[in-house]
Ligand binder design. Sequence first.
Ligand code: BTN
Length: 326
Amino acid sequence: MTYSSQLIALLKSKYPDCIPLDEIGRTLTLKQTDTSDLIADLVEKGYPLNQSKEGIRFELPLINSDSIKADLRTRRIGRNLIFKDRIPSTNELALNKLNSFSHGDIILTDFQTNGKGRMGRNWQASLGKSIALSIVLKPAIENEQAVLLTQLTAAALSKAIDQITHSSIKWPNDMIVNSKKVAGILTESHFSGSSLEGIVIGVGINTNMSTEDIDNDLRSKATSLLIETQIIVDPNSLITSFIQWFDELYSSWELTNDSSPFISICKEKSILMNREIIVRIGEMNRPGKVVDINPLGELIIKYAGQDSLESLQTMDFSIRGKDSYI
Ligand code: BTN
């Protein structure tokens, strides 16, 4: 563990208290000048530090994997939490090193520098103001069920966010608060030849971003929990609650093969249900109305001018409300 990681861990464990500089020096066995250099280094890296006569502290609660581990009551999901201070993409790490991870392992960070979103988009994350995590699954299931796993994740995530503020789900992978996106899911499968080696479920949540942290051109569509509630979010209880919900829904689905417990949550919280929408696939725009989400996790649509219903699976498409983002 580097000195920098040790200092970050110390500040997290003491949040919201201030730590006097001499205490940092003693704990990390550092000279005063080295302590000051280390702090300057964290400031340069963009950590939200508050410095005063009393010492230093983080301005925001950051991810503390020890506190999550202590609170988690799951069987397999998240029993092994791999925290990274800084990482390009949790999904990329999980996919590139799939062999070194086991079923249920979770990689997490509050500083993801090159996150991936759906449809080749990038996923912005400011240091300490968002959660990025990836769940590694090596289940004995077919790849088609990856669609269903995105719905299971959406149900768990929405339930966890509800403990802070009311959320809805924009099928298949967006979490919505007050008509704007606060979180997204990216499910990716890894194959060796034709055999499915594992599924990685990436979740990104905008927790404590301010409006200025969100790109200008995204501000009409994206938001954070802090912006919507004016309350600083503790990422650790949010992550713990999400993993608990995920574990509960996943264990029951694994046992019974019945998707109805999480599909019913997705339906109840769906912002698209019974709404007129436009489905955009490539250059084609198709107007229609959402009528259901089926047990396979597919969106059931009645397209304008057609009598029969069609199902939409997760692939390269986007959905807009008839006159707005949702
Ligand atoms: C989307 O809404 O387009 C999906 C966003 C998914 C972002 C998460 S953050 C953790 C994981 N690692 C990544 O690189 N992407 C996902």
